[in-house]
Design a protein around this ligand. Structure first.
Ligand code: HPA
Length: 272
């Protein structure tokens, strides 16, 4: 693990001459943010030693490194999902590599189904906390104390000051941004209506199939996290209509401008 992490990081370091401090993981339909990065160095996942390859449509499968709103960033245009068959270590490998490259702050984004009936498709939600319903954890197995503690604290998995920072950005831009708890499910099937009702009693506001593994590893590694969900659809059983991946991609495309200005404003005003 140590060797392969260092080899992947060394390969990337050779191609860029600045140290990225902010990592961006861009979810389904949200990869457009990386197109705004200036003087980008683009590295395809398949060229990076030990990197898995992305398989979902709507995900590109490359790293984009450069400057965005004055910050040195490294963006993942497309991520790895547990449901694709990768194990948890593979899903979170890019976060380990980011840490190795100097990343201190991670913005994690995703498309998610709205569980909270006060939400609407097209809303943006700042993640305040999560529930791991994946039935697995990326930290299972022997612990490398160099990377982080055996039993990492998750009581502030999403950095409180970053949540405040995000809500200030939303105010500045007059965006009506929601706050809530993200539940990470294994997928790839969407939930049943009964499952969505159960998840609501658990305290979930949105449900998706990603984010929880990466955020767990980021916390282990001492990287502070900001999470943003794009509510691409209301979760199953709430509206009388079936769920499709096309709807997810369509909605994320519709909120593209709000999403872009939101993340860019947060980057621009992020305390160093
Ligand atoms: N459920 C799970 N994952 C999702 C959803 C959903 O409704 N929408 C987008 N990703």
């Amino acid at each position: 693990m140590e060797m392969i992490r260092k080899e992947a990081a060394a390969f990337i370091k050779e191609k860029v001459n600045v140290e990225p401090t902010v990592g961006l993981i861009l979810g389904s339909g949200l990869g457009v943010l990386a197109d705004e990065i200036q003087n980008p160095v683009v590295i395809s996942y398949k060229d990076i030693p030990h990197f898995p390859e992305s398989t979902v449509s709507g995900h590109k499968g490359q790293l984009v490194i450069g400057k965005l709103e004055g910050r040195q960033v490294i963006a993942m245009q497309g991520r790895f999902h547990y449901y694709e068959g990768y194990d948890m270590k593979q899903v979170t490998f890019p976060v380990r590599v980011m840490k190795e490259l100097g990343v201190e702050t991670l913005f994690v984004t995703n498309a998610a189904g709205g569980i909270n009936e006060g939400f609407n498709a097209g809303d943006l939600m700042v993640i305040t906390d999560h529930i791991n319903n994946l039935g697995d954890n990326p930290l299972v197995g022997s612990n490398d104390d160099e990377l982080g503690p055996r039993f990492p604290d998750m009581s502030e998995a999403y950095d409180r000051s970053l949540i405040e920072h995000a809500m200030k950005s939303a105010d500045r831009l007059s965006l009506n941004v929601q706050k809530g708890v993200y539940i990470g499910n294994k997928g790839p099937a969407y939930e049943t209506g009964a499952e969505v009702r159960m998840l609501r009693t658990w305290g979930g506001d949105a449900v998706g199939m990603s984010t929880v593994p990466e955020v767990t590893v980021a916390n282990h590694a001492g990287i502070r996290v900001l999470g943003i969900s794009c509510i691409s659809n209301m979760a199953a059983g709430i509206l009388d209509q079936p769920l499709t991946h096309d709807e997810v991609i369509e909605t994320t495309a519709q909120v593209r401008e709000d999403f872009l200005s939101f993340v860019k404003d947060m980057l621009k005003t992020l305390p160093a």
